[in-house]
Every structure is written in C-alpha cells, then in structure tokens.
Design a binder for this molecule. Sequence first.
Ligand SMILES: C[S@@+](CC[C@H](N)C(=O)[O-])C[C@H]1O[C@@H](n2cnc3c(N)ncnc32)[C@H](O)[C@@H]1O
Length: 218
Amino acid sequence: MGSAGPVRSVGGMNENHARVCSSPEWAAYIQGEILPSLTDQADLGDDMLEIGPGPGAATEWLRHRVKRLTVLEVDDEAAGKLADRYAGGNVEVAVGSGAKLGYPDGSFDSVGCFTMLHHVPTVALQNKILAEAFRVLRPGGMLIGSDSLASNDLRHFHSGDTYNPIEPAPVLGRLQTLGFDKITVMVDGILKFVARKPTGPGACGAEPVPEPGAEAAA
Ligand SMILES: C[S@@+](CC[C@H](N)C(=O)[O-])C[C@H]1O[C@@H](n2cnc3c(N)ncnc32)[C@H](O)[C@@H]1O
C-alpha cells in the first residue's frame, strides 16, 4: 500500500484502497506471504469466520483451506460482489459489523481479520471486534490477524477514509485482557498476531475495557 493518489470515497474505502486491495499484487502478497506465515502457527479447523474481507484477496486463499468460510463485511457493495462470486460454493457472505456478530458462542474453529482493524475508528470498537471474535470461537479456536504499521505515507493514503493504526506493543495485553492465551505478536514490516481461546476456565473471556473518553458505538 504505497503512494497516495486519488482519494475519492468508494463504498467504505477510498479509491486508493479499492484499487490496491483488489489488485493481483495485493492478492499475491497476502496469499503468498501473510496468510501462510499465520496459518503455519494456527490450525484453521473446518469452520472459519473472516471479518472485513473487502474485495476478497484473503477469502480466495482461505476458502481452499477450510470446509466452510463465513465472511462478514460491513460494506454491502463489497459483500454483494463476494456473494455473486462465491454463490453455490463453501463461502457464505454476510453483511454487518464485526463489532456485533450474530453468531452463537463457540460457532467457529478460527476467526481472521486482515488489514481491517485500522479502518475501525476507535480502540474501543477494535476491542469490541476482538471480543466478539473471542466469543464466537470455540474453546481452543484460533484468531489470526494482520495489519499495516503506522506511517505518514499510509496516513496520506487513507485521506478521506478512516485511519486508526494499531500500535503493536499493546496488542498482546489487549488480547490477553479479552481472555486469549498462547498469543504471538509479530512485527516484520507489518503487524501479525495469532491467539488462542483457552480450553479451560479462562475460556469465558472478558468485556472489552472502554477506551477512555471514547464512545462504544457499534
Ligand atoms: C483495507 S480492506 C481489507 C480487505 C481484506 N481483508 C484484505 O486484506 O485484502 C478493510 C475492509 O474491512 C471492512 N470493515 C471495516 N470495518 C468493518 C467492521 N466493523 N466489520 C466488518 N468489516 C469492516 C471494510 O469495509 C473493508 O472492506
């Protein structure tokens, strides 16, 4: 995700994102580097939820590695395109926010969120998404995620769009507070994380701690 160009808004993303996230270069990067390094450390199981699939670069790779892939996208136009593309296959597309998941506790073996948390306007709302991921994971289920590191170039790139980059250092504490264990946070050009929902008494999780002064809007 490089230089800032035109910034007109398209659906939930500005035009820079629409262009980059749907490009073959982005698909090659996320499928060739990011996802394999995460799935090396996490068994996805049969049922996976992906939050914020956008144009579907990760979806396309993940759908070959699980029996059923549910993708939840807040932008109904992006969700509609994915629903058309994957009709009749093993991908179920839903429209909604990762901050309020309509799935029962323990529904999924794994949850993934890639390059999407920085589009969530507050830390409180990001924590709500991570808490919901925890809730819908079965005990022993795995969360995998990635995001870009903060930079001025990326701030310009997101002009006219939400840009709330994730600080890597607090991620471990944020995930641990929500109840996750076996947490790995990696920084190698981007931020990557893997965490497990415990199988023991810790599996009950915790309410996300509200960001000071922030509205916990969904
Ligand atoms: C930069 S795109 C990343 C797309 C894809 N995950 C990838 O890495 O190629 C971020 C996506 O997250 C979606 N998104 C943002 N907030 C969301 C939320 N609260 N729930 C679900 N999707 C969300 C946006 O609409 C957008 O499609």
